[in-house]
Design a protein. Structure first.
Length: 121
Protein backbone atom coordinates (compact mmCIF):
# COMPACT_ATOMS: atom_id res chain seq x y z
CA UNK A 1 0.00 0.00 0.00
CA UNK A 2 2.79 2.44 0.90
CA UNK A 3 4.64 1.56 -2.30
CA UNK A 4 1.52 2.29 -4.38
CA UNK A 5 1.03 5.65 -2.67
CA UNK A 6 4.68 6.53 -3.21
CA UNK A 7 4.46 5.67 -6.91
CA UNK A 8 1.23 7.67 -7.29
CA UNK A 9 2.83 10.64 -5.55
CA UNK A 10 5.91 10.45 -7.81
CA UNK A 11 3.70 10.37 -10.91
CA UNK A 12 1.78 13.42 -9.69
CA UNK A 13 5.01 15.33 -9.02
CA UNK A 14 6.43 14.53 -12.47
CA UNK A 15 3.13 15.34 -14.22
CA UNK A 16 2.73 18.57 -12.25
CA UNK A 17 6.26 19.68 -13.02
CA UNK A 18 5.83 18.90 -16.72
CA UNK A 19 2.51 20.76 -16.82
CA UNK A 20 3.98 23.78 -15.02
CA UNK A 21 6.92 24.14 -17.38
CA UNK A 22 4.85 23.55 -20.49
CA UNK A 23 2.19 26.04 -19.43
CA UNK A 24 4.72 28.65 -18.38
CA UNK A 25 6.15 28.98 -21.89
CA UNK A 26 4.37 30.12 -24.99
CA UNK A 27 5.51 31.27 -28.43
CA UNK A 28 5.98 34.96 -29.11
CA UNK A 29 2.81 36.67 -30.27
CA UNK A 30 3.43 40.27 -31.29
CA UNK A 31 -0.23 41.26 -31.05
CA UNK A 32 -0.50 40.08 -27.44
CA UNK A 33 2.89 41.60 -26.58
CA UNK A 34 1.91 45.01 -27.96
CA UNK A 35 -1.53 44.95 -26.29
CA UNK A 36 0.13 44.95 -22.86
CA UNK A 37 2.36 47.99 -23.38
CA UNK A 38 4.05 49.20 -20.17
CA UNK A 39 2.28 46.45 -18.17
CA UNK A 40 -1.14 47.94 -18.65
CA UNK A 41 -3.60 46.41 -18.25
CA UNK A 42 -1.92 44.26 -15.62
CA UNK A 43 -3.91 41.15 -16.59
CA UNK A 44 -2.59 41.39 -20.13
CA UNK A 45 0.98 42.09 -19.00
CA UNK A 46 1.22 38.70 -17.34
CA UNK A 47 0.88 37.17 -20.81
CA UNK A 48 4.33 38.53 -21.76
CA UNK A 49 6.31 36.52 -19.22
CA UNK A 50 5.75 33.10 -20.85
CA UNK A 51 6.95 34.53 -24.18
CA UNK A 52 10.27 35.96 -23.02
CA UNK A 53 12.41 32.96 -24.08
CA UNK A 54 11.11 33.19 -27.64
CA UNK A 55 11.57 36.96 -27.59
CA UNK A 56 15.20 36.73 -26.46
CA UNK A 57 15.95 34.02 -29.02
CA UNK A 58 14.69 36.33 -31.78
CA UNK A 59 16.86 39.31 -30.75
CA UNK A 60 20.23 37.97 -31.87
CA UNK A 61 21.93 40.41 -34.30
CA UNK A 62 19.00 42.83 -34.13
CA UNK A 63 19.51 46.58 -34.01
CA UNK A 64 17.68 48.86 -31.60
CA UNK A 65 15.33 49.83 -34.44
CA UNK A 66 14.61 46.17 -35.22
CA UNK A 67 13.85 45.51 -31.55
CA UNK A 68 11.51 48.49 -31.34
CA UNK A 69 9.75 47.32 -34.51
CA UNK A 70 9.28 43.86 -33.00
CA UNK A 71 8.46 44.74 -29.37
CA UNK A 72 7.27 48.34 -29.55
CA UNK A 73 8.79 51.28 -27.72
CA UNK A 74 10.55 50.28 -24.50
CA UNK A 75 9.23 51.34 -21.13
CA UNK A 76 10.19 54.87 -20.07
CA UNK A 77 13.67 55.61 -18.74
CA UNK A 78 12.12 56.43 -15.37
CA UNK A 79 11.35 52.74 -14.89
CA UNK A 80 14.07 51.14 -12.76
CA UNK A 81 16.16 54.33 -12.53
CA UNK A 82 19.05 52.70 -10.67
CA UNK A 83 19.53 49.84 -13.15
CA UNK A 84 22.02 50.00 -16.03
CA UNK A 85 20.02 49.30 -19.16
CA UNK A 86 19.68 50.24 -22.78
CA UNK A 87 16.08 49.11 -23.12
CA UNK A 88 13.56 47.73 -20.64
CA UNK A 89 10.24 45.95 -21.13
CA UNK A 90 7.78 44.89 -18.49
CA UNK A 91 7.14 41.13 -18.52
CA UNK A 92 4.45 41.04 -15.84
CA UNK A 93 4.16 39.36 -12.47
CA UNK A 94 5.25 35.84 -11.68
CA UNK A 95 2.70 34.08 -9.50
CA UNK A 96 1.10 37.45 -8.82
CA UNK A 97 4.07 38.55 -6.71
CA UNK A 98 7.24 40.05 -8.17
CA UNK A 99 7.19 42.22 -11.27
CA UNK A 100 9.57 40.90 -13.94
CA UNK A 101 11.47 43.14 -16.35
CA UNK A 102 13.36 42.25 -19.51
CA UNK A 103 16.54 44.32 -19.55
CA UNK A 104 18.14 44.52 -23.00
CA UNK A 105 21.76 45.52 -23.45
CA UNK A 106 23.11 46.87 -26.74
CA UNK A 107 26.72 46.99 -27.90
CA UNK A 108 28.49 50.13 -29.14
CA UNK A 109 26.97 49.65 -32.59
CA UNK A 110 23.46 49.58 -31.11
CA UNK A 111 23.02 45.84 -31.70
CA UNK A 112 21.61 43.35 -29.21
CA UNK A 113 24.42 42.28 -26.88
CA UNK A 114 22.57 40.45 -24.12
CA UNK A 115 19.71 40.47 -21.69
CA UNK A 116 18.78 39.84 -18.11
CA UNK A 117 15.54 39.33 -16.23
CA UNK A 118 15.09 41.51 -13.18
CA UNK A 119 12.53 40.79 -10.49
CA UNK A 120 11.36 43.80 -8.50
CA UNK A 121 8.74 44.03 -5.78
Amino acid sequence: MKKTLLIAFAILVVAGTYYFFQESRSPFNREIWLSSKHCKPVQEADKRLPMFKDVVASLKNKSREDIVHLLGEPDPESVLPNVKKDMVYCLGRSYGLSMNWLIIHLDQKGTFAGHEILKAD
